[in-house]
Design a protein around this ligand. Structure first.
Ligand code: ARG
Length: 413
């Protein structure tokens, strides 16, 4: 999309949103009109965001030395091209701080350990898919899950970045039946039917891994089946209830979010899949428990022989606990990293303290941090948090969210 139009010096809100405001002192006169690619680039906003990021990087890492030489270089590059290329060290720091700043994540204690895979020069859809499959294998690491991010090409004025449509690299299809029932994950029922419309064929099961959908400017929309070697799953059983295994439930070992945009210093990376390890409740309380997901609480309660005729027996709560015990137990016996919400809550408070000691504010969204069960039993419930967003960060764009759930609209048509 190398649309060349007349640059009329208009100030536009950057498409990337939430960038630092352009600083008035940096305003400069430019000859008008000038031919420039992509009219949406707000050069001053990019300059300001780059400067803010580089200052942060150099101030947090004394080994970096003075920031001015790098700043001068980046300013020139932005003036010429509308963007700039991060050094590997900047990319690594930026990705780690994006995690540190992500207000929804309870697992941020280990932000400095994030493994950053620089894949910015990979360009074909097939290669992108292959590198994502490698990501899954490397991050799984025989069950000792490594928090990992793969950063693909940035958005530039000359060339739009590739996109992954899927919400995560591994997700299960939702197959709508003629009687209205859904086999699989109802969250992805319209995504699944859109892929079927585009030619995807699969037997109808409850845990069918969706193909990876990669869209590039040159190739359009392409689908790739995940190889078995990339998909690690844990079959679920309960430590005491023998019938539980008969439900034939499973879940994938590594949650790799693939439709969030990584924003570092005025540069956007829309394809930057990243993972941590699971908190048990994400699977047991939400994916398997939510009534609009696998909705397993009534069935588990039934099998447990609970009295479901009256809410005040708290059959939902009791069944939910056993479902969650099954998840934690199965991951543990399979040697796959997982944590429980009590442990992770305490770790998060350690993280908050460390951030405070480092003189930083730690943005946190209470409604995401507090676990979906037994909230008041965890220390994160009993306090307030800083809420102001900070960059670098991971940003969820509405069109990317829509694509991940409904398989539309395409990014480039
Ligand atoms: N909640 C999402 C899921 O159940 C995963 C989100 C990221 N979670 C994580 N532990 N890094 O798949």
């Amino acid at each position: 999309m190398t649309v060349v139009r007349i640059w009329a010096g208009r100030r536009r809100a950057p498409r990337t949103g939430r960038l630092a405001a352009p600083s008035p002192s940096r305003a400069r006169t430019r000859p008008e009109p000038v031919l420039r690619p992509e009219p949406d680039v707000d050069v001053e906003a990019v300059q300001a965001a780059a400067e803010e990021f580089l200052q942060l990087f150099h101030s947090e890492d004394p080994r970096r030395g003075a920031v001015e030489p790098r700043l001068a270089q980046v300013r020139r590059e932005i003036d010429l091209t509308g963007t700039y290329w991060h050094t590997q060290a900047e990319l690594t720091f930026g990705a780690r701080v994006a995690w540190r700043n992500n207000a929804r994540c309870i697992g941020r204690l280990y932000w400095q350990s994030l493994q950053v895979r620089d894949r910015r020069t990979v360009s074909t859809a097939r290669e992108i898919a292959e590198h994502c499959f490698d990501h899954l294998r490397e991050a799984h690491n025989d069950g000792k899950i490594r928090p990992t991010i793969s950063v693909f090409a940035p958005e530039t004025p000359a060339r739009p970045a590739p996109r992954i449509w899927n919400e995560q690299l591994v997700r299960y299809a939702g197959h709508q039946q003629p009687d209205g029932r859904i086999i699989g994950d109802p969250r992805y029922r319209t995504f699944t039917s859109e892929l079927v419309r585009r030619g995807w064929r699969r037997p109808v099961g409850a845990f069918d891994v969706l193909p990876l959908v990669v869209e590039t400017m040159d190739e359009g929309v392409r689908m790739f089946e995940l190889p078995e070697s990339a998909v690690h799953e844990v079959p679920l059983e309960h430590p005491e209830l023998p019938w539980f295994a008969g439900l034939e439930l499973r879940w994938h070992a590594v949650p790799v979010i693939s439709n969030s945009r990584l924003v570092i210093g005025g540069v956007s990376y829309p394809t930057a899949p990243f993972n941590g390890w699971y908190l048990g409740t994400e699977i047991g309380a939400r994916n398997l428990g939510d009534s609009d997901r696998y909705n397993l609480v009534p069935e588990v309660a039934e099998r447990m022989g609970l009295d479901t005729s009256d809410e005040s027996t708290l059959w939902r709560d009791r069944a939910l606990v056993e479902l969650n015990r099954a998840v934690l137990h199965s991951f543990q016996t399979n040697g796959v990293s997982v944590t429980d919400h009590h442990t992770e809550s305490r770790r998060f408070l350690v993280h908050l303290e460390r951030e405070e000691r480092a003189g930083r504010s730690c943005p946190a969204d209470w409604s995401w941090i507090v676990p979906p069960m037994s909230g008041s039993q965890t220390p994160v419930f009993h306090r307030y948090y800083d809420t102001e967003d900070q960059l670098p960060n991971f940003i969820t764009d509405p069109d990317a969210t829509h694509r991940a759930l409904h398989g539309s609209p395409p990014a480039f048509s």
